[in-house]
Design a protein around this ligand. Structure first.
Ligand SMILES: Cc1ncc(COP(=O)(O)O)c(C=O)c1O
Length: 490
């Protein structure tokens, strides 16, 4: 089959065209039974292919027909031995990837700034995380990737680890020397699992960092929906056989996946793969040029800095993706969140994320000069307003907390007997919940860690800035779950 074909999408269209009488779910029956307002909004076309795994349409759990053909074409496009489609986002693919190599009591080497899905996988599998400190960028107040040396040290100390997980590129588009990391891990016969949530496009352009499959990694969970043009929630898991078994990956994915897989999502993966494989290079070329031109214009504005190539050269900043615009706003004397809100209220602009010091805007082949000019002009206006403020601009102090110590495995902590105590009185206790700011969803605390004063302060700062701190059962974060302590009876 050629990359111009879309066996899954075309198969669905051919099926819908036959207009079969459906005595199967979904019960809306091509839209006839759905709320009329929603039907007219979403359209009959979409509803006609909102189908289920009946014979002619194959089954994601045991693909042999059009889904298999679509997955095979994706494997060819991404340079993998096997590609599995996920309708449960990259989170679902990541959990399957970790559970495919790690069982209870087995070690996995992971950077501490992983997405919460990696930590969920560690709780589910009962594996033991061996944390690597990511490199911290004190200028920007963000974490980058991990260094080759740190991976080497971790493997020297834990040669029995079942996997090394790497985030490549990071949410902010920074990548490590993945090829070297793969070489190091493979010299210990340990597979490399890549969280490639922010890098579906990098495989298709030589000016972008090496993709997981190009670098020789064993598995990669890759968000096609984030930057590759498929629908939200659709993702893929790429596998190179050898150190991992594709059969085991398939069976674990199947254990974790709904039996009612959305064919709209699956078809969108099929068409996104075709677009990337046949036109990706040109589309991404245009995207890089647009992003570079926005970066240049932003850097002409006083007190606002859009990070570029100068970020390269540290041990963890081996390469970067110029389509990510990391915009540092700390010199304006505002937090990233305040800038996010200002852009929303004044210019109807929504950014990808903000933190205490930055905003992140992503440029994709869905953008044009029109949107670019609106962003640049809005930032100019913001800088002017700040310039004319009476009070002097005080740059925001960049603070990043230490990584807390792990006292219990995340699974043991998660399933321990717990008690609820006031957040403000929790220093020194072992936490039983996750606490993170989403996005980016990187845990500040994971179950089993010892709560420190610095981390409590960091959470307070994020809450004060209005950032979305999440995780605990108490969403106001006035109380948190900690491991119960039994005091001696007097
Ligand atoms: C680094 C990273 N990994 C994994 C994920 C999970 O992806 P998804 O939202 O598709 O489940 C995200 C989502 O933001 C992420 O930022």
């Amino acid at each position: 089959m050629s990359q111009n074909e879309t066996p899954l999408f075309s198969g669905l269209l051919a099926h819908a065209k036959k207009n079969p009488i459906q005595f199967h779910i979904p019960g809306h029956k091509k839209g006839a039974g759905i709320d009329p307002e929603f039907r007219s909004f979403i359209g009959d076309n979409a509803l006609s292919i909102d189908l289920i795994n009946i014979g002619p349409l194959d089954d994601l759990h045991q693909p042999k027909g059009i889904i298999k053909q679509a997955q095979d074409l994706a494997a060819e496009a991404f340079g993998a031995d096997r590609t599995f489609f996920s309708v449960q986002g990259t989170s679902g693919a990541i959990i399957a990837m970790v559970m495919a190599v790690c069982g209870p009591g087995e070690k996995i080497i992971v950077p501490r700034n992983v997405h919460k899905s990696v930590m969920s996988a560690i709780v589910f599998s009962g594996s033991i995380p061996v944390f690597i400190h990511p490199e911290i960028d004190k200028e920007l107040g963000i974490s980058h990737g991990i260094t080759n040396e740190a991976v080497e040290r971790a493997l020297e100390q834990h040669p029995d680890a079942k996997g090394v997980l790497v985030i490549n590129p990071t949410y902010f588009g920074i990548s490590a020397d993945l090829k070297k990391i793969v070489e190091i891990a493979h010299s210990y016969h340990v597979p490399v699992l890549v969280d490639e949530a922010h890098g579906v496009h990098i495989h298709f352009h030589d000016k972008l960092p090496l993709s997981a499959m190009q670098a020789g990694a064993d598995m990669a969970a890759t968000s096609v929906h984030k930057l590759g043009g498929s629908m939200t929630q659709s993702s893929i898991l790429n596998v190179k056989e050898g150190l991992v078994s594709a059969k085991r990956v398939q069976s674990i994915l199947s254990m974790l996946t709904t039996t009612s897989t959305s064919y709209l999502l699956l078809a969108s993966l099929d068409v996104a793969r075709k677009q990337l494989a046949t036109k990706g290079r040109d589309l991404i070329d245009r995207t890089i040029k647009l992003a570079e031109s926005i970066r240049k214009r932003i850097n002409e504005i006083d007190h606002i800095h859009c990070i570029g190539e100068e970020i390269l050269g540290s041990k963890a900043t081996f390469d970067y993706d110029p389509t990510k615009l990391i915009i540092s706003v700390k010199e304006l004397g505002l937090t990233g969140y305040e800038v996010e809100k200002w852009l929303r209220e004044r210019h109807n602009i929504e950014v990808e994320l903000s933190d205490l010091y930055n905003i992140l805007c992503i440029i994709t082949f869905g953008d044009t000069e029109h949107e670019a000019a609106i962003l640049v002009n809005a930032l100019k206006e913001l800088a002017d307003e700040c310039e004319h403020r009476k009070e002097k601009i005080e740059p925001v102090e960049v603070l990043l907390p230490e990584i807390p110590l792990l006292a219990l495995t995340p699974r043991d902590a998660f399933y321990s007997e717990t008690e609820v105590i006031p957040f403000e009185e929790s220093e020194g206790r072992i936490i039983a919940e996750f606490i993170m700011v989403y996005p980016p969803g990187i845990p500040i605390f994971i179950p089993g860690e010892i709560i420190t004063k610095e981390n409590l302060h960091y959470i307070r700062k994020n809450l004060e800035a209005g950032l979305p701190v999440q995780g605990p059962e108490d969403d106001e974060i006035k109380t948190i779950h900690v491991i119960k302590e039994y005091k001696a009876i007097k």
